[in-house]
Design a protein. Structure first.
Length: 300
């Protein structure tokens, strides 16, 4: 059974808890809205909250929940289509979601994405678009016509709003980048980004992006639980890069966590690249990540 996490709240019907200094309680529908969007879709499904099972009436016509094995997105950070096809073959059935980023775009990344979609795979087009509103709207309209499952833009509200307008009725979900997982406070200082705790900046960018129409956000595992608790994050996706299996090198990532930690914090999906791509046996490496995810889901 898939399990979903409502972070930092142990609740049962009719039992008051506190939000700040004010008592509150949530009914089943409110709990559902506060959790992952993938908790929707099962009529009478059992959903566990911190290990307590409950039954709620859900809309069977809504988006079905993610299968546990769909929690892993493998980042195809390779130079071209041939390398991408080879990696997909080597990973095999251990993944069904693939991230195609800007680095591969000139090497045929769009063609590979379309080919994988025709084979029943799911594509996360990670382009992190940023431009004036009209350009974003036009670009997203063209990309969404091909219906990749996810598309990223920078989390500035005007960019997100233009992307949502350009996406229109296409099934593509627009995800907003908060702060790159390769950045820390010193990097933000060098970029002349306002003072303040990095996690506070991530949280505010997430809140504004979601309010502007994003279907979800990209954020590091360290901020996931805080974002999941935002009212604006109800029914929205949280996808976390910066994930490293236990014992793996961080490389250029600065705000990292293990797959299990990210899922336990409330991430819907995690993105893993080099620990799988650089492994002697990519399928075994991906299977190891899947095992960590499965362990975290059992613990929710």
């Amino acid at each position: 059974m898939n399990r979903y996490l409502l972070v930092n709240r142990r609740l049962s019907d009719g039992v008051p808890r506190t939000r700040g200094d004010e008592p509150f309680s949530l009914n089943a529908q409110e709990r559902l809205q506060a959790c992952s969007p993938h908790a929707r879709g099962w009529a009478g499904a059992g959903v566990a909250w911190y290990g307590r099972a409950m039954t709620v009436d859900l809309d069977a016509a809504a988006l079905p929940p993610l299968a546990d094995r769909e929690r892993l997105i493998v980042a195809l950070d390779v130079p071209n289509v041939l390398a991408g096809q080879d990696m997909v073959q080597r990973v095999g059935a251990e993944a069904v979601w693939w991230k195609i980023g800007l680095g591969m775009l000139a090497g045929g990344g769009m063609a590979l994405g379309m080919d994988l979609m025709e084979r029943g795979q799911k594509i996360f087009l990670d382009l992190k678009l940023f431009d004036i509103g009209q350009t974003i709207e036009n670009a997203v309209r063209g990309l969404a016509a091909r219906e990749p499952h996810y598309l990223t833009v920078h989390g500035d509200p005007q960019v997100v709003a233009a992307a949502a307008e350009g996406r229109g009725a296409a099934r593509t979900r627009v995800l907003a980048v908060t702060v790159l997982t390769s950045l820390d406070r010193a990097d933000l200082d060098a970029m002349q980004i306002r003072a303040g705790a990095l996690q506070d900046i991530v949280l505010e960018r997430a809140r504004r992006a979601l309010a502007a129409g994003a279907d979800g956000v990209i954020a590091s595992p360290r901020e996931t639980a805080l974002i999941r608790a935002l009212p604006e994050a109800r029914g929205k996706l949280i996808v976390t890069p910066g994930v490293r299996p236990a014992g793996a090198a961080r490389q250029d990532q600065k705000r990292v966590a293990t797959p299990g930690e990210a899922i336990s914090a409330g991430a819907d999906q995690i993105v893993v690249g080099r620990p799988i791509l650089k492994a002697e046996d990519p399928a075994a490496a991906a299977a190891g990540v899947q095992a960590e995810i499965a362990g975290a889901l059992r613990g929710l």
